[in-house]
Design a protein around this ligand. Structure first.
Ligand SMILES: Cc1cc2nc3c(=O)[nH]c(=O)nc-3n(C[C@H](O)[C@H](O)[C@H](O)COP(=O)(O)O)c2cc1C
Length: 366
């Protein structure tokens, strides 16, 4: 192993839970669950490969949290009832069998749901048509329909969905949960000026638009207790608006990361297209650096193009504790082991982005 990579193989911890190194698998939706939202054997083998391949932390794909408006995609896994919860158990056991930690990413799609087996209508903070187009490789087509503006009761139900799902994730054996506050889904919709036009306590200036993420975090923390790691993922860009930037720049970063510091999030996970680049035009600091500044004592995961040792070290120097890899991990489920052995890293092939190819028992590539 080159000395450059040494620091990435030191242990660290999140809320007192040790991770064997600084490599995490980023959450990636794979639309490969059964229609009823239960995890499959193929998913078990898919997640197991990352653990076997040396990652210290694996974060699941976004898992839907309730049977009202949370589901975003057909064949997305859920954790809303006993069957879905039990179906995660073998997945968790397989990952643990190779010494990795496993966090469940809890996701509510809100206004950009494009496949919900329970209902046909999407709901979000306000009746504002989402930008962009549905993703065809997740079985969507055309513009997003106009969402319904959530009622106070529906917001309360969504918060309860996160809390109940977090408790189920712990019951299934997950080591922690990640609240999906990024990429244009419900919590990010509430954070976003143009998507959240509410005049009540859930909307207003940036601080007020953090009310939902704060409420979800507090509800989850109250339900799972003080010991379980509960992190939050944050981005500027969205799956339906890649280039979005926070209009308030630095001040928005202060409001959002400051809120996560105040509630004592176990970690913050920031994602940008290129994690090392300045967060705002003409600005200097990356989102990683801003998270470090405004949530100075919170463990920090950085994601976005950091699947090489030099970039990983660069974002660690800017304040990250852990790097999360998406596409590079898909192409190299054994990325940490490859780096350690100084083996070549495989190039990413976009064909991998479809549902998980059938992986037969005993056929672990990594
Ligand atoms: C197939 C695919 C599915 C994704 N699904 C999710 C998801 O469920 N939750 C999430 O927070 N991010 C999701 N992302 C975003 C990744 O976590 C990550 O932010 C992105 O791929 C950039 O990191 P990279 O440059 O290492 O690939 C997905 C990305 C890909 C490629």
């Amino acid at each position: 192993m080159s000395t450059d990579a040494n620091s990435l193989f030191t242990a660290t911890d999140i809320a007192g839970m040790t991770l064997r190194n600084r490599f995490a698998v980023a959450p990636m939706t794979r639309v490969s669950a059964n229609e009823d939202g239960t995890a499959t054997g193929t998913m078990t083998r898919y997640y197991e490969r990352f653990a076997r391949g040396g990652f210290g932390l694996v974060v699941t794909e976004g898992i839907y949290t309730d049977q009202a408006f949370a589901q975003g995609y057909l064949n997305q896994p859920g954790i809303t009832d006993e069957d879905q919860t039990q179906a995660w158990r073998p997945v968790v056991e397989a990952v643990h069998g190779h010494g990795a930690r496993f966090f469940a990413q809890l996701m509510h799609a809100g206004a950009i749901s494009q496949g919900n087996r329970f209902r046909n209508v999407a709901a979000g903070p306000s009746a504002v048509q989402p930008k962009g187009h549905q993703m065809e490789f997740y079985r969507g087509k055309g513009a997003y329909p106009m969402p319904a503006a959530m009622t106070e009761e529906q917001i309360a139900d969504a918060i309860e969905g996160f809390a109940a799902s977090a408790a189920r994730a712990v019951a299934a054996g997950f080591d922690g949960v990640e609240i999906h506050g990024a990429n244009g889904y419900l919590i990010d919709q509430f954070l976003t000026d143009y998507a959240n036009r509410r005049g009540d306590r859930w909307g207003g200036d940036t601080r007020r638009r953090t009310t939902l993420v704060r409420s979800v975090f507090e509800a989850v923390r109250a339900r799972v207790g003080a010991e379980v790691p509960v992190g939050v993922r944050i981005s500027q860009g969205k799956v339906n608006d890649f280039t979005h930037k926070w209009a308030g720049g630095d001040q928005d970063a202060e409001a959002i990361f400051g809120t996560l510091a105040e509630v004592e999030a176990s970690y913050v996970h920031v994602t940008e297209h290129k994690a090392w680049e300045p967060a705002f035009e003409g600005g200097r600091g990356s989102l990683v650096a801003l998270a470090r500044r405004y949530a100075p004592h919170v463990p920090l995961i950085a994601n976005g193009g950091v699947g090489d040792v030099a970039r990983a070290r660069e974002v660690m120097a800017a304040g990250a504790d852990i790097v999360a890899l998406g596409k590079v991990a898909l192409a190299n489920p054994d990325f940490p082991n490859r780096v350690r052995a100084e083996r070549e890293v495989a190039a990413f092939d976009p064909a991998i982005l479809g549902p998980i190819a059938n992986i037969k028992p005993g056929e672990l590539a990594a």
